[in-house]
Design a protein around this ligand. Structure first.
Ligand SMILES: Nc1ncnc2c1ncn2[C@@H]1O[C@H](COP(=O)(O)OP(=O)(O)OP(=O)(O)O)[C@@H](O)[C@H]1O
Length: 273
């Protein structure tokens, strides 16, 4: 069976969203006796901002790890850009155009902003070390191209003033921005953000929201984010999947999800039979 072609839908802010980039079909993920994800299906469409929300332990991180290819589901299929995705190593997934950020910042703290973002170019580098030694000119041209791409990202994220600063010395909000920059350096078609606002103050959250919207708008990048804070997600996302105890309890535009009684109950902690 091929990927399903969908009717385009129009977002709350008037953008038209087309076909599915990824389809998750009947995904179940078990860790021994723990069922982290129970038979969940949904799709991610080209150009949308898709959020996955849910209370603690709902299975959001597990689902992001299935999307990123880090976990192979126990049951179910992942379809990506028209084909069923076989189990893959993380670097193979990265080469397919999927990049991510992490809940706990995973940068090289002693390295500068610029060098950290440069590491995001690795999957795009063609010259091996041996080739660099043999064809110095070509390697130099490639290096210049990568530097230019990184400089554009630094401008875009408004972090020129910290380009030489070791990231370990930066405040938390800026470190998160550098991490976004590193993911963008891979020029991903699908960008996965793991709790991008966690631990941020209000101002930092507003900045990060603006950059996420700008990335989506200016580069057309499809974005999947998982987030705890329902308010932030509702403002940012085109469509939201809601998980609770490993199950999908809601899926739709923010306004629809907000009115969903199961979602309201889950967030109020109403017990389930
Ligand atoms: N590697 C693992 N081994 C065993 N159990 C796991 C593993 N990862 C997750 N789980 C379990 O799977 C369930 C879902 O966890 P997951 O981290 O995906 O939820 P979450 O919604 O991301 O939670 P949070 O918001 O607290 O980060 C939990 O019961 C968790 O204990």
């Amino acid at each position: 069976m091929n990927m399903v072609s969908y009717e385009p839908y129009v977002t709350e802010d008037g953008r038209t969203i087309g076909d599915a980039v990824m389809e998750l079909r009947n995904i179940t993920l078990r860790f021994g006796g723990v069922v982290a994800i129970k038979d969940i299906s949904f799709d991610i469409r080209e150009g949308e901002i898709r959020a996955i929300i849910g209370p603690n332990g709902a299975g959001k991180s597990s689902m992001l790890n299935v999307i990123s290819g880090f976990y192979t589901p126990t049951e179910g299929e992942v379809w990506f850009e028209g084909g069923k995705r076989p189990p893959m190593r993380p670097y193979q997934v990265a080469r397919q155009g999927i990049a991510r950020t992490f809940q706990n910042i995973a940068l090289f703290s002693g390295m500068s902003t610029l060098d950290n973002i440069m590491t995001g170019r690795i999957t795009r580098m063609k010259s091996s070390l041996a080739a660099q030694a043999l064809w110095w000119g070509r390697a130099q041209r490639e290096e210049t191209e990568h530097r230019e791409a990184v400089e554009k990202i630094i401008d875009f994220l408004e972090i020129q003033h910290i380009r030489k600063t070791p990231v370990g010395r930066l405040p938390y909000g800026l470190q998160k921005r550098v991490e976004l920059g590193r993911a963008l350096a891979a020029e991903p078609r699908l960008l996965l953000l793991d709790e991008p606002m966690a631990g941020m103050n209000v101002e930092e959250k507003e900045d990060m929201s603006r950059f996420i919207l700008d990335v989506n708008d200016e580069f057309g990048t499809t974005i999947v984010l998982i987030e705890h804070d329902m308010g932030v997600v509702m403002d940012l996302s085109d469509r939201v999947v809601v998980m609770d105890y490993g199950k999908k309890i809601g899926d739709g535009p923010p306004d629809e999800v907000r009115r969903n009684q199961d979602v309201i109950d889950a967030y109020l902690g109403v017990s389930h039979d």
